[in-house]
Design a protein around this ligand. Structure first.
Ligand SMILES: [Zn+2]
Length: 109
Protein backbone atom coordinates (compact mmCIF):
# COMPACT_ATOMS: atom_id res chain seq x y z
CA UNK A 1 0.00 0.00 0.00
CA UNK A 2 1.23 3.49 -0.72
CA UNK A 3 2.87 5.29 2.18
CA UNK A 4 0.83 8.40 1.42
CA UNK A 5 -2.44 6.48 1.75
CA UNK A 6 -1.31 5.02 5.06
CA UNK A 7 -0.25 8.42 6.32
CA UNK A 8 -3.55 9.93 5.22
CA UNK A 9 -5.28 7.28 7.29
CA UNK A 10 -3.23 8.43 10.29
CA UNK A 11 -4.50 11.99 9.92
CA UNK A 12 -7.91 10.70 11.00
CA UNK A 13 -6.40 10.03 14.41
CA UNK A 14 -6.22 12.69 17.11
CA UNK A 15 -3.39 13.41 19.51
CA UNK A 16 -4.28 11.74 22.80
CA UNK A 17 -2.90 14.69 24.76
CA UNK A 18 -4.33 17.80 23.11
CA UNK A 19 -6.87 16.32 20.67
CA UNK A 20 -5.39 17.85 17.54
CA UNK A 21 -5.53 15.80 14.35
CA UNK A 22 -2.15 14.69 13.09
CA UNK A 23 -0.80 16.10 9.86
CA UNK A 24 0.70 13.87 7.20
CA UNK A 25 4.08 15.42 8.00
CA UNK A 26 3.74 14.37 11.66
CA UNK A 27 3.58 10.69 10.78
CA UNK A 28 6.61 8.49 10.37
CA UNK A 29 6.16 4.89 9.31
CA UNK A 30 8.44 2.70 11.41
CA UNK A 31 7.70 -0.74 10.09
CA UNK A 32 4.95 -3.06 9.02
CA UNK A 33 4.36 -6.74 9.01
CA UNK A 34 1.54 -7.72 6.70
CA UNK A 35 -1.46 -5.73 7.94
CA UNK A 36 0.09 -4.52 11.18
CA UNK A 37 1.69 -1.10 10.85
CA UNK A 38 3.76 0.80 13.39
CA UNK A 39 3.93 4.56 13.31
CA UNK A 40 5.74 7.18 15.25
CA UNK A 41 3.67 10.33 15.40
CA UNK A 42 4.60 13.65 16.90
CA UNK A 43 1.92 16.23 17.50
CA UNK A 44 2.68 19.52 15.78
CA UNK A 45 0.62 21.32 18.43
CA UNK A 46 1.86 19.99 21.79
CA UNK A 47 5.00 18.15 20.54
CA UNK A 48 3.94 14.92 22.24
CA UNK A 49 5.39 11.86 20.54
CA UNK A 50 3.69 8.52 20.60
CA UNK A 51 3.75 5.13 18.99
CA UNK A 52 0.72 3.86 17.15
CA UNK A 53 0.07 0.33 16.03
CA UNK A 54 -2.74 -0.19 13.54
CA UNK A 55 -4.13 -3.06 11.53
CA UNK A 56 -4.79 -1.80 8.03
CA UNK A 57 -6.32 -4.14 5.53
CA UNK A 58 -6.32 -3.76 1.81
CA UNK A 59 -9.74 -4.46 0.38
CA UNK A 60 -8.53 -6.17 -2.72
CA UNK A 61 -6.58 -8.77 -0.81
CA UNK A 62 -8.41 -12.05 -0.40
CA UNK A 63 -9.24 -12.80 3.19
CA UNK A 64 -8.93 -16.05 5.05
CA UNK A 65 -5.52 -17.06 3.76
CA UNK A 66 -3.54 -18.79 6.45
CA UNK A 67 -0.60 -21.10 6.77
CA UNK A 68 -1.91 -22.53 10.02
CA UNK A 69 -2.66 -26.21 10.13
CA UNK A 70 -6.14 -27.51 10.93
CA UNK A 71 -4.98 -28.39 14.44
CA UNK A 72 -3.67 -24.87 15.01
CA UNK A 73 -6.85 -23.35 13.64
CA UNK A 74 -8.89 -25.43 16.07
CA UNK A 75 -6.63 -24.35 18.90
CA UNK A 76 -7.05 -20.64 18.11
CA UNK A 77 -10.80 -21.02 17.58
CA UNK A 78 -11.09 -22.26 21.15
CA UNK A 79 -9.15 -19.37 22.65
CA UNK A 80 -11.09 -16.54 24.20
CA UNK A 81 -11.67 -13.52 22.05
CA UNK A 82 -9.72 -10.40 22.87
CA UNK A 83 -11.65 -8.57 25.55
CA UNK A 84 -12.36 -4.88 25.71
CA UNK A 85 -10.09 -4.66 28.73
CA UNK A 86 -7.16 -6.05 26.80
CA UNK A 87 -7.68 -3.46 24.08
CA UNK A 88 -7.88 -0.72 26.71
CA UNK A 89 -4.70 -2.00 28.33
CA UNK A 90 -2.91 -1.74 25.00
CA UNK A 91 -4.39 1.68 24.45
CA UNK A 92 -3.15 3.00 27.77
CA UNK A 93 0.24 1.40 27.20
CA UNK A 94 0.57 3.14 23.85
CA UNK A 95 -0.60 6.41 25.38
CA UNK A 96 2.11 6.34 28.02
CA UNK A 97 4.81 4.85 25.78
CA UNK A 98 7.21 7.50 24.61
CA UNK A 99 8.49 5.58 21.60
CA UNK A 100 11.83 4.80 23.19
CA UNK A 101 12.31 1.11 22.44
CA UNK A 102 15.84 1.10 23.79
CA UNK A 103 14.59 2.21 27.17
CA UNK A 104 11.59 -0.12 27.05
CA UNK A 105 13.68 -3.23 26.48
CA UNK A 106 16.44 -2.30 28.90
CA UNK A 107 14.08 -1.83 31.82
CA UNK A 108 14.48 -4.41 34.58
CA UNK A 109 11.41 -6.58 34.83
ZN1 LIG B 1 -1.02 17.16 20.84
Amino acid sequence: MEDQIIKRFMTSIKCSVCGQHYDIDDVQILDHKENLWFFSVSCSNCKTQCLVAAVIKEDRKPSGITDLTEVELDKFRNLDNITTNEVLDMHSFLESFNGDFTQLFSEDI
